[in-house]
Design a protein around this ligand. Sequence first.
Ligand code: ADP
Ligand code: ADP
Length: 228
Amino acid sequence: EPAVEIINLSKSYILNNKELKALENVNLSAENGKFISIIGPSGCGKSTLFRIIAGLEKDFTGSVFVNGCDVKVTRPYIAYMLQKDLLLPWRNVRQNILLPLELDGSLKNTDTGFVQKMLSEFGLEDFADAYPDELSGGMRQRVAFLRTWLMKGSVMLLDEPFGALDALTRNRMQDWLLNIWEKHRKTVLFITHDIEEAVYLSDEVYVMGPRPGRIIDRLNIELERPRK
Ligand code: ADP
Ligand code: ADP
């Protein structure tokens, strides 16, 4: 079964008594372990789509399944990373990374050796005790990404995680992400404005807009450029 399956999803907001269609008849299927990007102009419904997949928004029509579970019935366990890194300034890198595991009670079962290994893979081994304001923008994004990556669950939603970074740092982050993803495959859904970024990272690209809420194209990158 697909990791994420979306069937005929529609979602409207009511604004000043008028209906605003945010998603219209969206279909998407993400196989387990694939890297899928969603691109489209601002306001086309990408974040709404993510909130629905994450189970944060239940007022919609159609069906959304995460690992076979209907998100209207069961809140899926999903790792969700927003553009702003939202690190807690009074916690060091390690404490920030472990926060979700602390909150869901799984910290005591967490392999600290593995956490240390992941810190090294991300070039953060010397910064585990540093505080967010001692880090560069790219490092903070890496910490936020690692925190998301370590969350339980096999599906990751990344909402423009590199949008605020300069071009050089962004290129480096793309390679960090690909590297880690190729080693420890998870299903990734990735929102971006940048078609080059989408093509570089993904197996498949869903293209949304310009009319809000619609998927207008699907590019199968994997067919044209199989991964090594
Ligand atoms: P971005 O384009 O960076 O994803 P948006 O400006 O679309 O961000 O949305 C930022 C936040 O504001 C989101 O949480 C969204 O739900 C909310 N939002 C966006 N548009 C409206 C609106 N018309 N009315 C109320 N809330 C909105
Ligand atoms: P994107 O992430 O592609 O920028 P969004 O999903 O944030 O798009 O928004 C899609 C449309 O829905 C936009 O027109 C936005 O203004 C509207 N919208 C988003 N969130 C809300 C909300 N909470 N209330 C009303 N309208 C919203």
